[in-house]
Design a protein around this ligand. Structure first.
Ligand SMILES: *Cc1c(COP(=O)(O)O)cnc(C)c1O
Ligand code: SF4
Length: 364
């Protein structure tokens, strides 16, 4: 088989997931070595593609890519994380009967989990209990999920996620899209996939054929990029190819302590995304899943970064919505400084620099 294996499959087959393989890319620090050893004891998944590993700084253990990929002993600490986080967060303990592959927080849209495999196992993953630690084992029964969607006419928007749905074969992805498009009440299909960032080789001509074409039901993609260093010429090409299929590519960044929580990096991240045609969508507060305390900042941090590095400092196209995902849906955490005062005649409004202006109040 290997003689005609596609490059993206080769990348997955040769995942950098042992200390020996990692040593080909970086000088592994004693702390990293301990983290890897600890992960081995717990049968905890880690690793990334050779492509993504090649972007690591060989000498700096604080490299933003190394910190997202290499396990840390800090993952065994859980002071602030919520136990059974995923069950709580995805409303899996409610009365509504739902297949395990369906997560629901809203009336008109759902998350459809189709696999627990990823091209990279992010240390900060909020689905860690399912994807990384594998204490939970869901049934990823695609037929069961499709049938549930058919029976729920209020669902107009299906977000296919996992794991990473783009690790599935072209045939499986084509099947999912075709079956969803047959359902009259499905108006849009979304994929959450980190492949444009960690495995851009996945966007092959064959996959493009599966995704392309004008259709009643459009496809949208959101990826995850947390640091400008993750973006390369290959990312640019993959995103461009997706756009030629009629697909918009957005970004869902996670605010990560020591990785993207300073003004310079934060602004560079959002500007670099635009330079490869990725539109920032969400900035997520790092969720209280177990074992990721060390990635979390105070909640206010994201709003401060938007005020001090994005709004007014660069184009509004670069601005993500800052949210925290909770069991009652995503909650907006945007900077709150605009309204100073409202009188009968006017509003007093404040900008990102603290300057004040007025706007006439037009009564209803
Ligand atoms: C995030 C999420 C969605 C999609 O939300 P949008 O704000 O529309 O992107 C849908 N269902 C679940 C369960 C989610 O967590
Ligand atoms: S790609 Fe997504 S699902 Fe997979 S480990 Fe990273 S954050 Fe979790």
């Amino acid at each position: 088989m290997t003689y005609n294996m596609e490059e993206w499959m080769r990348q997955l087959e040769t995942s950098v997931n042992t200390i020996e393989k990692l040593q080909k890319y970086v000088r592994v620090s004693p702390e990293e070595e301990k983290g890897i050893e600890e992960a081995g004891k717990g049968d905890i998944r880690w690793g990334t593609t050779p492509y993504f590993a090649s972007l690591m700084d060989p000498d700096d253990p604080n490299c933003p890519i190394r910190r997202q990929v290499i396990p840390s002993v800090l993952e065994t600490v859980n002071r602030y994380g919520v136990e059974n986080y995923l069950q709580w967060k995805e409303n899996r303990l409610t009365d509504e009967e739902r297949p395990e592959c369906i997560a629901r927080q809203y009336q008109d849209r759902i998350a459809f989990l189709v696999t627990d495999v990823c091209a990279m196992y992010c240390r900060h993953c909020f689905r860690k209990e399912l994807v990384v630690v594998r204490g939970l084992r869901f049934r990823f029964d695609i037929e069961e999920g499709l049938q549930w969607i058919r029976e729920h006419r209020e669902v107009r928007d299906v977000l296919i996620t996992g794991g990473d749905p783009f690790v599935l074969s072209d045939d499986k992805i084509a099947y999912l899209i075709a079956k969803l498009r047959e359902i009259p009440h499905v108006e849009m299909i979304r994929f959450g996939t980190r492949t444009p960032i960690v495995l851009p080789q996945r966007i092959t001509p064959a996959l493009m054929k599966v995704l392309s074409g004008y259709h009643r039901v459009p496809i949208w993609i959101n990826t995850q990029c947390n640091h400008p260093r993750e973006i390369t010429e290959q990312t640019a090409k993959a995103v461009y190819d997706l756009m030629t299929c009629g697909i918009n590519v957005g970004n869902q960044a996670v605010l990560l302590k020591g990785i993207n929580d300073d003004k310079v990096t934060f602004k560079a991240l959002h500007q670099t995304l635009l330079s490869v045609r990725i539109r920032p969508y969400y900035l997520f507060y790092c969720e209280p899943a177990p074992g990721i305390d060390h990635f979390r900042t105070p909640v206010e941090k994201g709003a401060e970064l938007i005020r001090d590095a994005i709004r007014g400092h660069t184009t509004g196209l670069a601005q993500p919505m800052y949210v925290v995902a909770t069991s009652i849906g995503k909650i907006m955490l945007m900077p709150y400084y605009s309204y100073v005062e409202k009188t009968e005649d006017e509003y007093k409004l404040r900008n990102y620099k603290g300057e004040i202006t007025t706007l006439p109040n037009t009564p209803e």
